[in-house]
Design a protein around this ligand. Structure first.
Ligand code: KDG
Length: 288
């Protein structure tokens, strides 16, 4: 999406962001040896889409998997801040990304070439029902062939028609994932979990081997080996709190980069905290 982040005095800065993109952007900057980042999404053929594609390229993100759709354009969101805590306004009804899973042959080509996959509850929320099904079928095959599949439920109630639909889609996604990175506040609101441990147990129960439950600026619970081992890892307090946009996404990027680089779950969680704590010190989702 196009992002409008606060620049002061009623001014907004135009950036590019979106939850999975934020994770990929940070991943590309921190990727372990031998890993490359590619984005499966859809853009239009307008000037904004061209600029966005140039931005991906400059960030070291491969663009082969981007579908270009004649006449379509990207979605847009604006960040509002209250004491550093963000909320969003969206203009995305016609966003090209909603059609990222329309083309089966395209999906098959991308899924056959990737070694690890990452998607989110926002990915699922913006897709039509048929697109969601097509995507999850490919994800399921990737998992069955032993690939890492990471999923952040990133629950945005406004993007779903109702809670029951959101919960069903998130559970279906968790069942085909190997790693889940939920946020406790979202999970408590949607699923009624009383503790981060309950969130982790629920995802392990759906067959997820490794779960990291983030808790805003608090400690994270990491639980691995199908829940046989778990630890609480204290957060890294930020030097300054400016804008929480993208904190969880950057956490996920650092965690994934660490794990794919062979680092253990506890140290990977610490790497996640460190990057998130840096990202909340600047405006917008992408803080270099
Ligand atoms: O809320 C969304 O749909 C976005 O992807 C915008 C933000 O970049 C994202 O929520 C930050 O996590």
């Amino acid at each position: 999406m196009v992002e409008l982040s606060v620049a002061g005095d009623g001014l907004y800065r135009r950036g590019f962001a979106g939850d999975t993109f934020n994770t990929l952007w940070h991943f590309a900057r921190n990727a372990p040896a031998g890993w490359r980042a590619a984005y499966l999404t859809a853009l239009g053929t307008d000037t904004m889409s061209d600029e966005m594609l140039g931005f991906f390229d400059a960030a070291g993100i491969e663009t082969d998997a981007v579908r270009r759709i004649e006449g379509a354009s990207p979605g847009l969101y604006m960040i509002h801040l209250r004491d550093g805590e963000r909320s969003f306004s969206y203009w995305r009804d016609m966003a090209a990304a909603k059609r990222l899973a329309d083309d089966e042959a395209h999906l098959d080509r991308i899924f056959s070439s990737g070694d690890a996959f990452y998607f989110s509850g926002i990915t699922l929320a913006i897709l039509p029902k048929a697109g969601r099904k097509r995507l999850l079928e490919r994800v399921e095959r990737a998992r069955a062939s032993g690939k890492l599949v990471a999923f952040d439920p990133n629950i945005r109630p406004r993007l779903w028609p109702d809670t029951a639909t959101a919960k069903a889609a998130i559970e279906a996604a968790a069942k085909v994932s190997t790693l889940c990175l939920p946020s406790f506040d979202d999970e408590r609101a949607a699923f009624g979990d009383e503790t981060p441990e309950a969130t982790a147990a629920r995802y392990h129960g759906l067959g997820v081997g490794e779960v990291v439950v983030k808790d805003g600026g608090g400690a994270a619970l990491v639980s691995w080996g199908d829940g046989r081992q778990s630890e609480t890892v204290a957060c890294v307090p930020p030097k300054q709190l400016v804008d929480t946009t993208g904190a969880g996404d950057s956490f996920n990027a650092a965690y994934l980069a660490a794990r794919l680089g062979g680092i253990g779950p506890m140290e990977a969680t610490l790497a996640g905290h460190r990057l998130a704590s840096h990202v909340v010190g600047g405006h917008g989702a992408l803080v270099g």
